[in-house]
Design a protein around this ligand. Structure first.
Ligand SMILES: O=C[C@H](O)COP(=O)(O)O
Length: 261
C-alpha cells in the first residue's frame, strides 16, 4: 500500500502568533494545490500560535495541517504548564510530536512518559509523531539499530496493532539535529528499515506497511529528494528549514517529486 509522504515542520520555540500567520500564509499560497495532493504538509508551531493558525486554516480552507510539539499524559487537572489532548483536539490539531530528543534531554522525558503521551494522543484522535534516535556515542559504538528499535518498542508498549497503525515514527539521530550533519540517505534508510521490520515482527506486515516512518535531522531542499527516494523513508520532520517559507515550500515541492513551483 502506498504511504503518502508527510513533511512536518517542527518550529520548536520560534515564531509568535503573528509570525506564524505570515509563514502559514506564505507556504499555503506559494505551494500550488496539486502538491498537497501528493504530499501531506504540516506545521508544528508553539502552543501559543495554534489558535491563530486554526482560525486561518478554517477561514481560508487551507490544505495545510497543523499540530503541537507536546501533549500532557493527563486529560485535565492540577498540572501547571501542561496542555492536554482534549485542548489540542478542540484546536483542530492533526499531529503532536512525542518524545522529541530535546524533550528527552532537557525535560528528562523517559520512555515510560513518552509511551503515556503516545496513548494520550491516540485517545483524543491526534496522530502522535513518535520521535526517537541515537546520540553520537551510540552510533560510534555501532549500537544505533538496536537502540532505535528498543525505543520504538518502548514508545508503543501496550498499544493494539490497530492503534500502532495510526502512529507516525520519526527517526532523528541526535547528532544530526540542528548541526548541518545530515545522516546519509543509506544511514537513514538502514534505521528506518529496521524500525519497519520491528513493526512487522511485533504487529504484522499490514501495520508495518501502513505506518509512516520519517527522517529528521538537518533536512533541507538539497537532501529531501534523496531521502524520500529511500524505500522506508516516508517523509521528514524538518526543524530549521521549516522556518523559511521559500525553503520549506521548495522542500515540499521536491518531496512531491517537483517541479518547483
Ligand atoms: O524536529 C526536527 C528536528 O529536530 C530536526 O531539526 P533540524 O532540521 O533543525 O536539524
Amino acid at each position: 500500500m502506498a504511504r503518502q509522504v508527510l513533511i512536518a515542520g517542527n518550529w520548536k520555540m520560534n515564531l509568535n502568533h503573528l509570525e506564524a500567520i505570515a509563514l502559514v500564509q506564505k507556504i499555503s499560497f506559494s505551494l500550488p494545490e496539486k502538491y498537497f495532493a501528493k504530499v501531506e504538509v504540516a506545521v508544528l508551531p508553539p502552543f501559543t500560535d495554534i489558535r491563530s493558525i486554526q482560525t486561518m486554516v478554517d477561514g481560508d480552507k487551507l490544505l495545510i495541517r497543523y499540530g503541537a510539539q507536546d501533549i500532557s499524559r493527563y486529560d485535565s487537572g492540577a498540572y501547571t504548564g501542561e496542555v492536554s489532548g482534549p485542548m489540542l483536539a478542540k484546536l483542530g490539531c492533526t499531529y503532536v510530536t512525542v518524545g522529541h530528543s530535546e524533550r528527552r534531554e532537557y525535560h528528562n522525558e523517559t520512555d515510560e512518559l513518552v509511551n503515556a503521551k503516545v496513548k494520550a494522543a491516540l485517545k483524543h484522535g491526534l496522530t502522535p509523531i513518535l520521535c526517537l534516535g541515537e546520540r553520537v556515542e551510540v552510533r560510534e559504538a555501532g549500537e544505533h539499530v538496536p537502540h532505535c528499535t528498543e525505543q520504538v518498542i518502548a514508545g508503543l508498549k501496550g498499544l493494539k496493532a490497530e492503534q500502532v497503525a495510526k502512529v507516525v515514527i520519526a527517526y532523528e539521530p541526535v547528532w544530526a539535529i540542528g548541526t548541518g550533519k545530515v545522516a546519509t540517505s543509506a544511514d537513514a534508510q538502514e534505521v528506518c528499515a529496521a524500525l519497519r521490520k520491528t513493526l512487522s515482527d511485533k504487529y504484522g506486515d499490514d501495520v508495518a506497511a501502513t505506518v509512516r516512518v520519517l527522517y529528521g535531522g538537518s533536512v533541507k531542499s538539497g537532501n529531501i529528494g534523496e531521502l524520500v527516494a529511500q524505500e522506508d523513508i516516508d517523509g521528514a520532520l524538518v526543524g530549521g528549514a521549516s522556518l523559511q517559507a521559500d525553503e520549506f515550500t521548495k522542500l515540499c515541492a521536491l518531496a512531491a517529486g517537483g517541479p518547483l513551483p
